[in-house]
Design a protein around this ligand. Structure first.
Ligand code: HEM
Length: 207
């Protein structure tokens, strides 16, 4: 759970940096080139399969932990010290499930467009994924759902970041509070960064 979680966090940072190219004032040239590279360069394609596998594994193990906790709560052997843990696990399962639905919706919009729907330009072979994103973020309901999803993702990351290090054995008087602060800063910055993109693109689409 912790290893796939940290791998997914590193994906988010790279994904965010790549997506910032959507805000360049170049009609999508840099972003479309980047999308072409990310979907055609073999080593990155292999990492992508690892990414899909990690998302599924992370979700399945998460469901397993949630169900185990629920069973423990219902049994007469449940101990009080587990109460907070199981509450946190319940919330993580809820935020995580919403996040999973977001990822499916998000990939059906953009990933599926890139893979199946868009035709490459006859000369350059580049697909106009930028136009697809511009189109999606010209609808206020899409922007609103994206921003709300980022709040949920921030909540999930905030707890997940800290608990990943705890699971890996780092539970220390001095370092644990520091990891909590870094985790909170990470989740706020990453999700703010993601939320800014649809908002800015929506404002641009009004002009
Ligand atoms: C403003 C926010 C975001 C934008 C504009 C955005 C944009 C995109 C685009 C255009 C693609 C297709 C690219 C391609 O096929 O190469 C994509 C893929 C993807 N996105 Fe996002 N994304 C955003 C936020 C997120 C978030 C928050 C997550 C995860 C929680 C996420 C997860 C993914 C995944 C898993 C893929 C598939 C990656 C792959 O095939 O390697 N995205 N995104």
């Amino acid at each position: 759970m912790s290893l796939t979680g940290l791998f997914l966090c590193s994906f988010l940072v790279i994904h965010l940096i790549g997506n910032f190219q959507l805000l360049y004032n170049d009609g999508g040239v840099a972003f479309n080139e980047y999308a072409k590279f990310m979907t055609s360069f073999a080593p990155i394609k292999i990492v992508s399969y690892g990414l899909y596998g990690s998302i599924l594994l992370h979700a399945l193990v998460g469901i397993g932990i949630f169900l185990q906790n629920r069973k423990a709560k219902g049994s007469k052997y449940a101990v009080r010290t587990n109460k907070n843990n199981s509450k946190a696990a319940g919330r993580m399962a809820l935020w995580g499930s919403i996040m999973f639905v977001f990822i499916i919706w998000h990939m059906s919009m953009f990933w599926a467009a890139m893979k199946f729907r868009l035709k490459p330009d006859a000369e350059t072979g580049v697909k106009d994924l930028y136009a697809e994103v511009v189109g999606a973020f010209s609808h206020e309901w899409v922007v609103l759902l994206y921003v709300l999803s980022m709040v949920v993702i921030a909540l999930h990351l905030n707890h997940g970041f800290q608990s990943a290090f705890q699971t890996l054995g780092l539970n220390h008087k001095k370092y644990t509070p520091l990891i909590k602060v870094v985790g909170t800063a990470f989740s706020i910055l990453v999700c703010l960064g993601f939320a800014i993109i649809p908002i800015v693109m929506y404002i641009q689409s009004m002009n």
